[in-house]
Design a protein around this ligand. Sequence first.
Ligand SMILES: Cc1cc2nc3c(=O)[nH]c(=O)nc-3n(C[C@H](O)[C@H](O)[C@H](O)COP(=O)(O)OP(=O)(O)OC[C@H]3O[C@@H](n4cnc5c(N)ncnc54)[C@H](O)[C@@H]3O)c2cc1C
Length: 457
Amino acid sequence: MKHYDAIIIGTGQAGPSLAARFADAGMTVAIVERHKFGGTCVNTGCIPTKTLVASAYAAHVARRGEEYGFANGDVRVDMKRVKARKDAVSGRSNRGVEEWLRGLKNCTVLQGHARFQSSRTVVVNNEVLEADKIFINVGGRASVPAVPGIDEVPFLTNSSMMDIDFLPEHLIIVGGGYVGLEFAQIYRRFGSEVTIVEMGPHLIGREDEDVSECVREILENEGVRIRLNAKCISLAKRDSRIAVGIQCDEGPPEVLGTHVLLAVGRTPNTQDLGLDRAGVATDRRGYIIVDDQLQTNVPAIWPLGDCNRRGAFTHTSYNDYEIVAANLLDGDHRRVSDRIQTYALYTDPPLGRCGMTDAEVRKSGRAALATKYPMIRVSRAFEKAETQGFMKICVDAETKQILGAAILGTGGDEVVQILLDVMYAKAPYTVIQRAMHIHPTVAEYLPTVLSKLQPFA
Ligand SMILES: Cc1cc2nc3c(=O)[nH]c(=O)nc-3n(C[C@H](O)[C@H](O)[C@H](O)COP(=O)(O)OP(=O)(O)OC[C@H]3O[C@@H](n4cnc5c(N)ncnc54)[C@H](O)[C@@H]3O)c2cc1C
């Protein structure tokens, strides 16, 4: 039996960096990948989707040529070339991760499915490996709801969407969350008819209502059809089409399209990991239960990334790596609860979010001040002819620290990080008002936005 200082299962957004840290520290590491190096972000998530977002944005701007002063002709998207571009960008990262890992001294790269045999041993390709520490970075996959007809129709997920090199005539997207909305705008801009079927009363239901309403307007203005309060209850073939059966109070009980994308959430890849043999506890959805330093109930086993339910983003997975590496290698006792929630929705314009929503602030019962400023009054947005959206920020009335923000507008994914850094510094928002910012930018308006703080209603 081969012994290592550490075994890492999965090459998502935490595993490879952790492998490099351990290997650099002179420890022996085995890292195991059963499919594509780099995991979801690199192969079927962030990188390919944001590459598609860029193609869709280019097509959108080209169609608006007249507004910017050039003749635009008939803009048609060549899906084979769009896919080739996406594959090239994604492939570059995928190869980069593999080459990096294979080039690490002290690191053994194994390809195959890893399964626990005990709390200290893992089996890969019939070989038993043993380690003092085992890290699980197995990520997740698209959830597939058990609706009648699911086995009879050829549905798509974020993974199979990556193989598409043609334009679906009418794409029905089940799920109005972050993944669903990004694909909706991408494919609408490529030229498909798109219908979103969302069971809740709002898109991106975790956001404040004004945010989700504004995103809805943006998408509808581009021709995306949106069915809210519409629960997908069945799928069926109708000649060459697919029918999505809907339980709803308003509108037709069925949407007919040519393709169906399921974007109804994620399931952790933990069911085939032999966690029971290791004695590692999971919740009822299969997420591994961890404490504030990402330890499981079994000593020396740490799950990182999406599978521990402490975040479902590339940056949360990478931050998990940083926390574990700091605790184990640097004597720096970092905790998950020290991090501030932040993420972006990559529609155009994007939504950059940090901290609490208004609803969460309200629920907390604390005295707060809030401000909201339309992008139409931001000169940079005006110059770019991208004036949709707004910026809103909420601060604690006593400490003057920022509690949360939503920047829905051009550059929102970048601008929000200024607020995030001030939050980490635990500095009052007034710091931003004393700083000199670059003109013309969206960020230069933050002092103006903050000058309009009012008691939170
Ligand atoms: C469509 C889409 C778009 C997204 N866009 C963004 C975005 O813009 N920004 C953002 O921050 N996040 C985004 N995300 C989320 C992001 O991709 C994930 O949170 C991120 O990849 C972190 O995943 P991870 O590190 O947990 O593992 P993953 O990246 O999922 O990797 C897990 C790896 O483990 C391997 N594996 C699993 N089981 C085993 C086993 N038993 N043995 C060996 N190997 C195994 C898998 O093959 C995989 O390679 C997106 C997700 C999706 C689906």
